[in-house]
Design a protein around this ligand. Structure first.
Ligand code: IVH
Length: 680
């Protein structure tokens, strides 16, 4: 290549690198994607091609060079010049007050201290060393003094810049933080492992640790690890701001990712408010956290306070109640669901986990029992995260008692004694009893009455059990024939609550078509599919008349769902129930049938922040998605609208600063109602 040719190539390579680094920074550090993935891939391919054609212009800090050469044969040890410390823990607001008091006494101050607050990410602590802005080394924490060199894997983490941005960074800068695997990536990795018969990870933390421990960087490159920085270590040839919160901002400016929830608070009271707010949103975060870290914000005060043994006096981790505990599996019962699916449920020695006492946990299905290798009598690890049903995650094999006994799947339904159907290639075992089976009838009536279906207030699970057991109700339609006298005759039902329930039954008759379709409990027809069916067909008769081909034209309806819908509507007893419901006065306003795929929020990006009274943020997200919106986790210039409830913080501020439309819950509910997206 001629000299001018290669200098033109050099300029083009430099331009492409800068452009790719900019996109990377926006995408991975600021969570504000700036171009479509396909355009990014195209730029990357152009850069690769140019570098291949000009090998002398290759550079290890080019965005093309994240996955290096051959796998390592072993890990090198790395000595941490400044030890990587651990943190003291606090488990209550009182212990936080003690922490504050100790600091104020030591500093001889009585005005409240400013604290930096950050989620305590449940991942792996690592150290990054930048020399003259170039990533030189990544290392694990190890025992705090000596860790392992994992540079080859760290380089594959897209939120770790190979080169710092901007200027003003110290010549030598060691940055510390947590490498973790977001939930979505964790689920995807496990799903793939299950499909391929590979190793399934117990939790995202183990998956992140297992990934960093690989000698072959291609494995890490295939798993989207994430890194958030939370402190600095060695600093030479430069200086940093005087507050922790400002240091984090500086790190972000240099291209490093920091946690978006980071904030400052005044005194133990401010820390408590931050803790409560984040604890309430813990389940909605896309990654695992096990507490909140509070750090004295002023670096000068941190210096005065110093350390005790391996932990700083100026920081503390307020831990959440543990989400995993060990207990004993006493027995296994088999529950029959609405569609006849038989679920094994572990009866446990009661254990306090995730903030409540748990005595049952799901074992999902036969395959899960086999995967866990669990037996009756085993000690097991139980996990309860947020509102998710408790799960048995693993068996402590070393503690297996001599009299542990195998779990045998029944051959007949434990409720109606009909034979169970074991279908080749299907993990779920089903009762063949259909509506003969009281369990299936009970579950389908409970589903019918539930809040998001017909919303019959006061008709709880226990009551449905009684109504079915006493033969007062055979199908959902029979609910509407119940008299106040019959209801008042039930256990724990006073005259007044019977009258209230009767009124609730009458009120529920006025519903919407999507709700009605959803309430029928057709397999795989959730709220979103019910809405699509209602919109597509416009009325119930058209749906009942639709053949499989017509059903396949509905958004998101594939052959499996179409088949379930047809099977349901082909069963005369189901049509009888539908007709009886309508005869009893169940009715809904007309829905205008729409052209398939037309959705009012199609093409829009929405963000939901703060707390909502009438639904969780996840529900709001689902409903907006039903209307075609894309729901993002952060606000950017591409956001069309932000739904802000009380407690909305930085996202609201950002939306306001960008002049993006913000609406409150009331406006959201009105919008949902207008578009037939049934409010809860
Ligand atoms: S600060 C001197 N901040 O918690 C302060 N640690 O028990 C040292 N961790 O090994 C740590 N999130 O892996 C700090 N925002 C955060 C953190 C955090 C998670 C982990 C870290 C460390 C352990 C300390």
């Amino acid at each position: 290549m001629s000299a001018t040719g290669s200098s033109a190539a050099a300029a083009e390579i430099a331009r492409l690198r800068t452009e790719l680094e900019d996109h990377n920074y926006r995408y991975y550090v600021l969570d504000e994607p700036s171009i479509p993935d396909a355009s990014y891939d195209r730029l990357m391919r152009e850069l690769k091609a140019l570098e291949d054609a000009n090998p002398s212009l290759r550079s290890p800090d080019s965005p093309t060079q994240r996955v290096g050469g051959a796998p390592l044969s072993e890990f090198k040890q790395v000595a941490h010049e400044l030890p990587m410390l651990s943190l003291d823990n606090a488990f209550s607001a009182e212990e936080m007050l003690d922490f504050e008091r100790r600091i104020m006494n030591r500093l001889k101050r009585d005005d409240p201290i400013e604290f930096a607050c950050e989620p305590k990410l449940d991942g792996i602590a690592v150290s990054l060393l930048y020399r003259d802005g170039v990533l030189e080394r990544g290392a694990t924490r190890g025992d705090g003094r000596t860790g392992e060199d994992i540079t080859h894997n760290i380089r594959t983490v897209q939120s770790v810049p190979l080169k710092l941005r901007g200027e003003g960074y110290p010549a030598l800068l060691e940055v510390r933080g947590e490498v973790y695997l977001p939930h979505e990536a964790f689920e995807a990795i496990n799903e793939k492992a299950r499909a391929e018969g590979g190793k399934v990870f117990v939790n995202p933390r183990n998956a992140a640790a297992g990934t960093l421990r690989q000698l072959d960087p291609r494995i890490a490159a295939a798993r989207p690890l994430q890194m958030c920085c939370y402190s600095v270590g060695l600093v030479e040839g430069g200086s940093l701001p005087e507050r922790h919160s400002e240091i984090l901002q500086a790190l972000q400016g240099w291209g490093l990712r920091i946690n978006a929830e980071s904030d400052v608070a005044l005194g133990a009271a401010g820390c408590d408010a931050y803790y409560t707010s984040l604890a309430g949103r813990r389940d909605q975060l896309p990654y695992d956290i096990d507490g909140i870290v509070f750090k004295v914000n002023e670096i000068a005060l941190q210096r005065t306070l110093g350390f005790v043994s391996r932990a700083p006096r100026w920081a503390i981790a307020r831990k959440f109640p543990a989400q995993e505990e060990s207990t004993r599996l006493l027995d296994v019962e088999f529950q029959v669901g609405r569609t006849g699916a038989v679920t094994p449920v572990a009866r446990l020695e009661p254990v306090f986990v995730g903030g409540v006492t748990v005595s049952n946990a799901t074992l999902h299905n036969r395959d899960e029992i086999a995967r866990l290798g669990v037996m009756k009598g085993d000690s097991v690890i139980v996990r309860r995260a947020g509102d998710v049903i408790p799960q048995v995650v693993s068996v402590i094999l070393e503690q297996r008692p001599d009299d542990a006994s195998p779990i045998r799947f029944p051959t007949h339904c434990p409720v109606c004694d009909s034979p169970l159907e074991f279908i080749e290639g299907e993990v779920v075992v089903r009762c063949s009893g259909g509506l003969v089976c009281a369990a299936q009838r009970k579950q389908s009536i409970k589903h019918f009455a539930s809040r998001r279906a017909m919303d019959i207030e006061g008709l709880g699970d226990k009551l449905v059990d009684q109504l079915v057991d006493e033969d007062l109700v055979h199908s959902a339609a029979d609910l509407y024939t119940l008299t106040v006298e019959q209801l008042a005759g039930l256990e724990r039902m006073a005259e007044k609550s019977a009258a209230n329930l009767r009124r609730a039954l009458d009120d529920s008759k006025q519903t919407t078509l999507p709700r009605f379709i959803y309430s029928l409990g057709i397999r795989e027809v959730g709220e979103a599919t019910a809405l699509n069916l209602a919109r597509h067909f416009g009325d119930l008769d058209a749906l009942i008349a639709a053949d499989e081909e017509a059903l396949l034209e509905v958004d998101d309806v594939g052959p499996v769902v179409a088949d379930y819908v047809r099977q349901f509507l082909d069963a005369p007893q189901n049509i009888e129930v539908i007709n009886a419901l309508i005869d009893h006065g169940v009715t809904w306003p007309a829905v205008e049938a729409e052209a398939a795929g037309a959705k009012p929020l199609e093409g829009e990006t929405w963000v939901v922040t703060g707390t909502l009274d009438s639904m969780s943020r996840d529900e709001a997200k689902g409903r907006l998605q039903n209307l075609g919106a894309k729901v993002a986790g952060s606000v950017s210039k591409n956001t069309d609208c932000v739904v802000a409830g009380p407690g909305a913080g930085s996202k609201l501020a950002k939306a306001e600063s960008l002049g993006i439309k913000v609406i409150d819950e009331e406006a959201l509910l009105a919008l949902l109602a207008e578009n037939g997206e049934s409010p809860p």
